[in-house]
Design a protein around this ligand. Sequence first.
Ligand SMILES: O=C[C@H](O)[C@H](O)[C@H](O)COP(=O)(O)O
Length: 154
Amino acid sequence: MSDRELPLRLAVGGDHAGFPLKELVTKHFSELVIELIDCGTHDASPSDYPDFAVEVAEKINSGQADRGLLICGSGVGVSVAANKITGIRAAICHDTYSAHQGVEHDDMNVLCIGGRIIGSELAFEIIKSFLSARYTPEERHARRLQKIVALEED
Ligand SMILES: O=C[C@H](O)[C@H](O)[C@H](O)COP(=O)(O)O
């Protein structure tokens, strides 16, 4: 995949376990997106992943960012936390197919990665796949998304 510009504003966050990969990701993508907002953590001292899920979600829900990227050790904690927040559709993707199909079909707006699971080069490819993808507004996808919105309203 080429390193052409990915015209989105991206909010990035993660805990101490995600910090090493987040540092590499922010450096790699800062020139490839319109804006990269680093929501922390800013060092490797122990921290709590829900705090960064909240920060990234706030950037999206306030309109400051188009998409989010969350990195913890496994990707599990940040995805569980982010999906508690209305308007956030987050998923762990450790392959490129899920990263673009999740956007195209499910309008996924937050990608979650495990910094202890995959290396930086694969992570870069997955993130590019996620950022390059666009939601496909076909009737079946819209119908399913409406059912998810209804779950949020329960
Ligand atoms: O799903 C949770 C995340 O992977 C956390 O990054 C992980 O639990 C942190 O582990 P520890 O506090 O042992 O470094």
